[in-house]
Design a protein around this ligand. Structure first.
Ligand code: FPP
Length: 426
């Protein structure tokens, strides 16, 4: 009797355990279902927004063919894929990183989102790590010693899940990134060590370079200007190239021409430095090199709000200096094989060339932040699909720019020559 009772008790206990397990599984499945539903809803709402935008674009002055629309939809599908609808892939920190990327980057979110998944998280994290470093460099309220200490130590904290700062940054989104840095660190720690090493090495070199320039107080020679741009942007091009090769997506040969990767960064950085004249001068950030400025003025900040002849000549000389890097950018892009990497690298370059065309001989640079029209950016995003289409976009910008070169001026002639070289590169 006792044995029978015991057997019954054991089987009851087993049934009870089974039931508990079933209940736990059910709860977990419901949780996953909830997350999936939210992600799907988010994906659908994004998809719907872009689709509506495309439909409305069909009726605007932009001549969007059906082919363009399909290509744009392909790009959007890349974005949807990144939403990682599989709930097993769901990671709160990864989700934070992609959401933060959208907030802190004006131009890199879309090109990162469409990247080959093999390197997408790596490049998203690379971007956020450098954005955090840049936030420290740009903070106007940090005292010098503290800033130098934070910059010099930053590479040791990239994977520190307890690293956080409550009040660093001059914009709410940057402050928030520094406050929640642990999410970036957590995903960094999950990356393959070969990517961690590249990111850490570039971050250290960039931080050391930033410190060198903070201590030097001002940029004098053009060579120093190129060196500063190398530290803050050329190194990014070099690190990205190392990531493409480490993943075996691009060929090793590209590592023999890292000077081209450097030029890719310099071209983007110099374009921003010219475009942001008014904003930077107002914030007391000075990047225009004395060697170029001194031909036109003893202090280039006097041109703020006053676009006199000398101001315009200086502006056009700065544009010329940036434009001399573009042929090397074309040569870099020519050597890429994988389409998502090509788009990631080429779209920002076309946007920068269009921006340079816009700021050339443009008085507004001295009073406001001149920006490309949204429709222009969209046209570039959706048309820059391969090397051939890239060439067409570049040639269109060059033709438009040449129409501005009616004046007979030494600088205009130099710009004309550079533009002709670019045109003939295709
Ligand atoms: C090989 C290769 C791809 C080289 C390019 C290297 C690269 C991406 C350098 C960064 C340059 C730069 C000015 C970034 C910030 O741009 P931003 O302030 O306009 O962008 P934001 O939208 O992120 O603020």
């Amino acid at each position: 009797m006792n044995t029978e009772l015991e057997t019954l008790r054991v089987s009851l206990e087993q049934e009870k355990q089974k039931r508990i397990k079933l209940e736990t599984d059910l709860e977990e499945a419901n949780q996953k279902l909830k997350i999936s539903t939210e992600l799907i809803q988010e994906a659908l709402s994004k998809y719907e927004k872009v689709y509506r935008k495309l439909i409305s674009l069909e009726n605007t002055e932009l001549d969007y063919s059906e082919k363009n629309l399909n290509e744009e939809l392909e790009l959007v599908n890349g974005v949807l894929e990144t939403l990682k609808i599989n709930p097993n892939n769901f990671d709160e920190s990864l989700e934070y990183c992609y959401k933060k990327l959208e907030k802190v980057s004006r131009s890199f979110t879309v090109v990162i989102n469409q990247l080959n998944p093999v390197i997408r998280d790596e490049i998203c994290i690379f971007y956020l790590v450098l954005r955090a470093l840049d936030t420290i460099e740009d903070d106007p309220n940090l005292d010098l010693d503290n800033k130098l200490k934070l910059l010099k130590n930053f590479h040791n904290n990239i994977g520190n899940e307890f690293y956080e700062h409550d009040n660093i940054g001059d914009e709410p989104d940057y402050i928030e990134l520094m406050r929640n840095y642990r999410h970036v660190a957590k995903i960094f720690n999950k990356l393959d060590s070969k990517y961690q090493e590249i990111i850490r090495d570039i971050t250290k070199k960039m931080a050391d370079g930033m410190c060198e320039f903070i201590e030097a107080k001002g940029i004098k020679k053009i060579q120093e200007y190129d060196l500063y741009c190398h530290y803050v942007a050329g190194l990014v091009g070099i690190g990205l190239t190392q990531i493409f090769v480490a993943s075996e997506i691009e060929e090793k040969a590209i590592l023999n021409e890292l000077n081209l990767a450097n030029s890719m960064g310099l071209f983007l950085q110099k374009t921003n430095i010219i475009r942001d004249y008014a904003e930077d001068v107002e914030k007391k950030r000075y990047f225009w090199p004395e060697e170029i400025c001194s031909e036109f003025t003893t202090n280039y900040i006097e041109f703020l709000g006053k676009p006199c002849d000398n101001a315009m000549r200086l502006l056009n000389t700065m544009v010329n200096d940036a434009l001399r890097h573009f042929n090397e950018c074309i040569n870099y892009l020519k050597s890429l094989n994988e389409i998502s990497v090509f788009k990631f690298c080429s779209i920002p370059q076309v946007m920068a060339l269009a921006t340079l065309e816009l700021v050339f001989n443009n008085e507004l640079v001295f009073s406001s932040n001149v920006k490309l029209e949204k429709s222009e950016s969209l046209k570039i995003f959706s048309n820059c699909l391969n090397y051939e289409r890239f060439g067409e976009l570049i040639k269109d910008i060059v033709q438009k720019w040449k129409l501005k070169l009616t004046k007979s001026d030494r600088i205009f002639d130099q710009t004309k020559e550079l533009l002709e070289q670019i045109f003939n590169n295709f």
